[in-house]
Design a protein around this ligand. Structure first.
Ligand code: DAH
Length: 348
């Protein structure tokens, strides 16, 4: 092949393929043209094979010419492909009825149960007061649920009326814990003072279900043992707790009471948040609502757990989560917490 023929061939390929690329209708046809011109057996590739037979002088002209043509065609193919891709995408978008300005469909989303919300608010406040989390088992031996807490064998709290006894096959008598106070014995037998714990959890009593009772409910136990802990510490901390939970103006009062595991013992009332103490149906006219039991830990309880009552003293309290939640959320039937009616749950 002469240099002249080579040049003519180049011109011919350029004309033919430029025209074909320009008029190609889709990406696939452009790809076919690329293979036909630049592929291993393509027209230009075949033509360039003649270069090796040219003189050095002719190569200087023919080489750059061939390369320039290769670049021109490559660029034309790339540009055409990109243009066709954009066109095809636009056509596709126009075909489907797509309105990008429509708002997204809401994603159905669960939320915390009101009892969990209430419990979290209580434990958040307690943890700010320095209480750390502790837990104990639901199925408990009588030793930790009763004996170590100074609840004697004949005490009415152990009555089959109140307590669920569990058949576990264990040689010791097991119960479903009747209060979170079992965590006191569990924790103190393992830890020496100073200690300051909160123990939220599920408790079980053989009560029938009505507006204010449930056989399964929740308590939060508090326990603080150190040197020189007194009733004054208890009152200060419970007052701070109730203010945190129900508002700065909340007032509390202690009424003397009895629990086997505390001495002295108190029941703690909160000034009725519904009538500000004036007397209303919720507080049954008294202006106060009973909230929890508390007291100074009985020396026998410390002794039973291996803590020296001569050296240390402590306070403890136990409160019902449902009762406080009902106050906080203005719910007047405890069953509402367990029926899980979404119309109620979605309000919190
Ligand atoms: N365990 C008691 C109950 O279930 C509540 C209670 C009262 C807990 C006084 C205490 C306490 O820690 O000091 O009714």
């Amino acid at each position: 092949m002469t240099l002249q023929e080579f040049k003519e061939n180049c011109a011919q390929i350029q004309r033919e393929y430029t025209e074909k690329i320009t008029s190609a209708a889709d990406v696939a046809s452009v790809e076919e043209l690329r293979v036909a011109a630049l592929g291993r057996k393509g027209a230009l590739t075949e033509l360039l094979k003649n270069l090796k037979d040219f003189s050095i002088e002719d190569k200087k002209t023919a080489g750059p010419l061939g390369n320039a043509l290769k670049n021109t065609l490559t660029q034309a193919i790339e540009e055409k492909t990109a243009a066709l891709q954009t066109k095809e995408l636009n056509e596709q978008l126009n075909r489907v009825d797509l309105d990008l300005t429509l708002p997204a469909r809401p994603v159905p989303c669960g939320k915390r149960h009101p009892l969990s919300v209430a419990q979290k608010r209580m434990t958040d406040i307690l943890s700010k007061l320095g209480f750390t989390w502790a837990e104990g088992p639901w199925v408990e031996d009588e030793k930790h649920n009763f004996d170590m807490l100074n609840i004697p064998k004949h005490h009415p709290a152990r009555d089959a009326q109140d307590t669920f006894f569990a058949q576990t096959g264990s040689p010791v008598s097991m119960v479903l814990r009747t209060h979170t106070s079992n965590v006191q014995s569990r924790y103190m037998e393992k830890h020496q003072p100073p200690l300051r714990i909160m123990a939220p959890g599920r408790v079980f009593r053989n009560d029938s279900l009505d507006a204010t009772h449930s056989p399964v409910f929740h308590q939060i136990e508090g326990l603080y043992v150190d040197k020189n802990v007194s009733m004054a510490d208890l009152k200060r901390d419970l007052s701070a707790f109730m203010k945190g939970l129900l508002g700065d103006k909340t007032e509390i009062r202690f009424r003397p009471s009895f629990f086997p595991f505390t001495e002295p013992s108190a029941e703690v009332d909160v000034k009725c948040v519904f009538c500000a103490g004036k007397g209303c149906p919720v507080c049954k006219g008294s202006g106060w609502i009973e909230m929890l039991g508390a007291g100074v830990v009985h020396p026998n309880v410390l002794k039973n757990c291996g803590i020296d009552p001569e050296k240390y003293s402590g306070y403890a309290f136990g409160m019902g989560v449902e009762r406080l939640a009902m106050m906080m959320m203005n719910i007047n039937d405890i069953r509402a917490f367990y029926e899980n009616d979404l119309r109620l749950l979605n309000q919190f």
